[in-house]
Design a protein around this ligand. Structure first.
Ligand SMILES: *Cc1c(COP(=O)(O)O)cnc(C)c1O
Length: 385
């Protein structure tokens, strides 16, 4: 079978794919159909936390597949229970709702914030403040939450009640919060799809103050930044923040689809019996795999991620065509002098898989990538960027 031709004939053309068919991998090394070898600095957009075919992950998933692959949420299952406890220990959050993707985790957060606000403030306090240049998902409501007009153009009308604040000043969000009846503020600490753009310390402090003084819940979207990616378990932990709701997905499942919405004690009754659900949410195989990932993201691993991130970014800052490097830990955005698309194509042709984010080359390697693999990738990046 000619995979490329069959894909182009039968799968909807919603992705700008690279001309590579990946067939197998181990750790941070992938192979295409011609057995060409690549170093993977994408981990499936920050999904394969421990790379391809990690032994511990395979063991957890296959053991569970042999026992019970699925049941409905009308019964209790061990893997979801165990994962919920692990996530609570890592985050200090009180409860979790499991779904299947980042967008769904955010939908759940939005529903919870709206319902909580309705009960606390009565009708009308339904606005959710998000930031310009944010990305929160592809469903109609999470697109409405996404503060980028280019994503909206073709799909009106949207879910009402989203307001977008500037990221380059603190007045914008102050004005919006003061003049509107709000149910929540929802942010990414580092805007991933928006070009690996960390929020300024001033903006984060302002958001914290507004959330406290107006008693507006803070939702943090950790779909891309969560699960160790930035060198803390969640990226908000780099700051003195106590979010009410945290959403996560991508790296949590180690390669299988999962979304999780975490709630603080105060929010644990924001959604009650009958108000939300998911057929596949909390799937036993997925949760068994996720637990095998979360368990291993300990303090030693987090310092290791920070060290690797600093090692990569300091090397890249010295490349001649590099203007700047943004991000934290193993989530890095590289601003270059030349054209990004062609630089990325050169990297891939020369055996290193990388991503783009807006006008940047984006790196999201597996958290477990070795220094040997990093060095090999860096020398190829140096000649291709
Ligand atoms: C990827 C991403 C999403 C959407 O996740 P899906 O699993 O594709 O639905 C939402 N928010 C952020 C910050 C993301 O990076």
């Amino acid at each position: 079978m000619d995979t490329k031709n069959v894909t182009d004939e039968y799968i909807l053309h919603t992705y700008g794919r690279f001309p590579v068919t990946l067939v197998k991998g181990k750790g941070s090394i992938a192979f295409d159909e011609n057995n060409k070898r690549y170093i993977d600095l994408t981990s499936g957009i920050g999904v394969n936390a421990f790379g391809f075919c990690d032994e511990t992950f395979i063991e957890a998933v296959t053991q569970q597949a042999k026992k019970l692959q699925h049941t409905s949420n009308l019964f209790y299952t061990e893997p979801a229970a165990y994962l919920s406890k692990l996530l609570s220990e890592k985050s200090g959050m009180s409860k979790v709702f499991f779904s299947n993707s980042g967008a769904e985790a955010n939908e759940c957060a939005i529903k919870a914030a709206r319902r909580f606000s309705l009960q606390k403030n009565g009708k009308g306090f339904h606005n959710i403040v998000t930031l310009k240049n944010s990305f929160h998902g592809r469903t109609i409501t999470t697109l409405a939450a996404t503060g980028q007009e280019s994503f909206h153009e073709d799909f009106f009308p949207f879910t009402d009640g989203f307001l977008y604040a500037d990221t380059d000043n603190t007045e914008s969000i102050k004005t919006i919060v003061k003049n509107n009846k709000c149910a929540a503020i929802m942010i990414e600490i580092i805007q991933g799809e928006g070009g690996v753009m960390p929020l300024s310390y001033e903006l984060i402090e302002t958001i914290k103050e507004l959330s406290t003084s107006f008693d507006i819940p803070l939702i943090i979207d950790e779909v891309q930044t969560g699960n160790g990616r930035t060198g803390k378990y969640f990226s908000y932990m780099h700051y003195n923040l106590n979010p009410d709701i945290v959403t996560t997905a991508k790296g949590l499942g180690g390669g299988l689809p999962i979304g999780a919405t975490l709630f603080s004690k105060r929010f644990e009754n924001a959604l009650i019996s009958g108000t939300h659900g998911s057929t596949f949410g909390g799937n036993p195989i997925v949760c068994a795999g996720a637990s095998s990932i979360v368990e291993r993201i300990d303090d030693a691993m987090l310092s290791d991620i920070t060290a690797k991130g600093e090692y990569i970014s300091s090397a890249i800052k010295d490349f001649s065509k590099v203007k700047s490097v943004s991000g934290k830990g193993l989530m890095l955005g590289i601003e270059i002098e030349g054209e990004v698309k062609s630089a990325v194509s050169r990297c891939i042709e020369n055996g290193v898989l990388v991503l783009t984010a807006k006008n940047k080359v984006r790196l999201l390697p597996a958290l477990s990538i070795s220094y040997k693999e990093i060095d090999e990738a860096l020398s190829i990046l140096k000649s291709c960027i």
